[in-house]
Ligand binder design. Structure first.
Ligand SMILES: [Zn+2]
Length: 377
């Protein structure tokens, strides 16, 4: 019977099918997926491969065969749910529950959203089950593959938060250092690699540096609970735990600053080199944490310290005349203060919109700033 269907489809290819049949064709695809899954139950992967299925296809089919598959969940949805579940810790007893939630989402949202949703559930469950503060450290890996025909090498890896935060701080710094240079148009991934190359050049140069190339700033509050699950925000948007902090503060290569602060005031600084600009940036971080445009969450390492009264008109470089703005929102700021612009009132930055209404940045990112932890609004 299936060979009849094959003949019919081959004939349709010759006849030139009408677009009217497109929906039916999708239904056939769905049927084929269900059939191949049923046929493969109890089979070994090599058996499917011997019949011509690729390694990846065999794996996907067998994964489906090993699970329940409700009739109203499409094959694409089913595959992304099962793929996300592969990362679930083997200690979890909530596998079925997470699957059910995924299947429910699949009935209502796109494949992409279902995938993101199940990945999020798996991440939360793994985080909840995590017993080992060094899990990410144990899983660390980096691999530089051998050269391909063009001479280039690909690499991939996994870094614990400490390493990731350091790398991110350096990459963001490298991004900034090349702004204004004439460059051929590059996509984001090319820019990332160029920044990475810049970081490597710094690392291999013998230039003596006292303050490091990157600033990694951590905001710590007196009332934070000090157990290893506590996450401390940083200027690069990667959270660190106590072990990461302890690990970093012994290092002298970059400026790792721990800001212990209460009610927004800077209480204690640990720094390699103290310069006025540097201290101002730290105080700004403690106060602002991210771009201060309402709704924005761009981390401080990607922001400019914007002069509210322009420097060219005598505005001082002081904490009461500065606020973080990302590139996009910095461009929107009207320095003449006629259109939308940033203003400061009693030490707090506000965004004044076109109608003159002041608005504060209440994004979740902004509210993580040390100075706003007790903020009621
Ligand atoms: Zn912004």
């Amino acid at each position: 019977m299936i060979s009849h269907a094959k003949t019919a489809l081959e004939q349709a290819l010759i006849d030139g099918p009408s677009f009217q049949d497109f929906a039916t064709l999708l239904e056939i695809k769905e049927l084929v997926a269900r059939l191949e899954t049923n046929m493969s139950k109890g089979r070994e992967r090599y058996e499917l491969e011997e019949l011509g299925a690729s390694a990846g296809t065999s794996r996907r089919i067998l994964r489906r065969a090993a699970h329940e598959w409700p009739s109203d969940v499409s094959v694409e949805h089913q595959d992304v749910i099962l793929s996300a579940l592969e990362r679930l810790s083997s200690n979890s007893d909530r596998r079925d529950e997470i699957y059910q939630q995924g299947a429910e989402a699949a009935r209502e949202t796109s494949v992409k959203h279902t995938h993101e949703f199940v990945k999020k559930l798996v991440r939360e469950e793994n985080e909840h089950l995590a017993k080992d503060p060094f899990e990410a450290y144990h899983q660390r890996r980096f691999r530089l593959r051998s050269q391909d025909e063009h001479g280039g090498c690909s690499f991939h890896g996994y870094a614990p938060a400490k390493t990731a935060a350091l790398l991110k701080a350096l990459l963001d710094r490298a991004f900034h250092s090349e702004e204004g240079k004439e460059q051929q148009p590059r996509n984001v991934e090319q820019r990332n690699l160029d920044a990475f190359d810049q970081v490597l050049q710094w690392a291999s140069s013998d230039r003596i540096v006292t303050t490091g190339h990157a600033s990694l700033v951590v905001s710590v509050h007196d009332s934070d609970t000090f157990d290893w699950r506590t996450k401390f925000g940083t200027n690069v948007g990667i959270d660190l735990n106590l072990f990461d902090l302890a690990n970093l503060s012994g290092d002298r290569i970059s400026d790792y600053i721990v800001v212990h602060e209460q009610n927004g005031a800077v209480k204690n600084l640990v720094t390699a080199e103290r310069t006025a600009n540097f201290l101002i940036r730290i105080a700004l971080l403690a106060r602002d944490f991210v771009c201060q445009h309402p709704g924005c969450a761009e981390p401080a390492s990607r922001c400019d310290a914007h002069h509210i009264v322009p420097w060219s008109r005598g505005g001082p470089t002081s904490i009461n005349n500065l606020g973080f703005l990302c590139r996009k929102h910095h461009r929107r700021n009207d320095d003449s203060h006629v259109g939308q612009h940033m203003d400061i009132d009693d030490g707090i930055p506000w965004w004044i919109n076109k109608n003159g209404t002041p608005k504060r940045n209440n994004s979740p990112g902004a509210k993580r700033a040390g100075g706003r932890k007790r903020d009621p609004d």
